[in-house]
Design a protein around this ligand. Structure first.
Ligand code: HSE
Length: 304
């Protein structure tokens, strides 16, 4: 009646696919210890220094577990200890990791009572608490692994997309970008010519993933709608993108709503070069930063 869950970080949007595409990272991941208890309550303990709320109604994992409890006979609850390794507010799906991990743990401890889509729905309660909107482009890849497409939220229609084994370099410059702010500044109308470019890129990116066509993936990683506006919030963005590509990256852009920036590469050597480029740029402009070199995580959440 207990389990340990590894909940990986995720990159939402994948540049052109605002709110519909995402991928799971192999690392970093949060670790959660979850236990079924004989009391209809949720108890939360933090094992890290982020001081996230321990009131289950205000905690991303907590609301998911409270929701899962509604499917029980009312005699059981959960005790959860959370070791966050994905920094909250970094743009690599920290809240989604908590939400998806809680959904996976609840499902496991209650005897696999939730199917795939129910686990996604369950986890979306946490994302709603964190971001104010129920988007699934971090939740789905975190739960399912690999690259996912959210074709629709109402009704839920999530598809897994096969992908080549790509390396991902992520830089997290320590500037604050709130998802809610990064959503508010977006235009609500899109000129038709931009829309045409964008859906061409999304179709190209998905085709590239299916066909292992790295060149196609690279040239489809272009966003003419969201990135030009959001990138203003991220110092060094244009430079990181330009120099990473010069170092051999296929392409990349803002991770989720930022401030992290991610770049895809075909091999580890290139991914490491990209990491060095990112380090140098943020050292140059004097902004504290953290760089990760990892791969696309094929498995997503692991329940042990
Ligand atoms: N798709 C969302 C956004 C992800 O870009 O606002 C945020 O985590």
């Amino acid at each position: 009646n207990a389990c340990i869950v590894h909940c990986p970080g995720t990159v939402a949007n994948l540049v052109c696919g605002f709110d519909i595409l995402g991928l799971a990272l192999e690392a970093p991941y949060d670790i959660m210890h979850v236990q079924l208890i004989d009391e209809p309550v949720v108890r939360i303990k933090n094992l890290d220094d982020y001081n996230l709320p321990t009131d289950p109604e205000k905690n991303v994992a907590g609301v998911v577990l409270l929701e899962a409890m509604k499917k029980t006979d009312g005699t059981v609850g959960f005790e959860i200890a959370i070791d966050k390794r994905i920094k909250p507010g970094s743009g690599i799906g920290s809240s989604a990791a908590s939400a998806a991990g809680a959904a996976a743990a609840a499902n496991y401890l209650l005897g696999n009572i939730f199917d795939r889509d129910e686990r996604i729905q369950l986890a979306m309660h946490g994302e709603k608490l964190a971001a104010g909107v129920k988007h699934a482009d971090n939740i789905a890849p975190c739960l399912l692994g690999g690259v996912t497409l959210i074709r629709s939220i109402h009704p839920l229609d999530v598809l897994s997309i096969p992908s080549p084994d790509l390396y991902v370099t992520v830089v997290h410059p320590q500037v604050e970008v709130k998802t809610s702010d990064a959503r508010q500044i977006l235009r609500t109308q899109v000129p038709l010519k931009d829309a045409i470019k964008q859906w061409g890129n999304i179709a190209g990116l998905v085709t590239g993933f299916f066909q292992n066509d790295l060149e196609l993936i690279g040239r489809s990683l272009e966003d003419v709608i969201v990135e030009p506006i959001r990138s203003i919030l991220i110092p060094g963005f244009d430079e990181v993108k330009k120099q990473s590509k010069a170092a051999g990256a296929l392409g990349g852009g803002i991770s989720g709503s930022g401030p992290s920036i991610f770049m895809l590469s075909a091999d580890k050597l290139t991914a490491d070069k990209v990491a060095a480029v990112m380090q140098e740029i943020y050292e140059g402009i004097g902004i504290a930063h953290h760089v990760y070199v990892t791969t696309i995580g094929k498995q997503g959440v692991k329940v042990i």
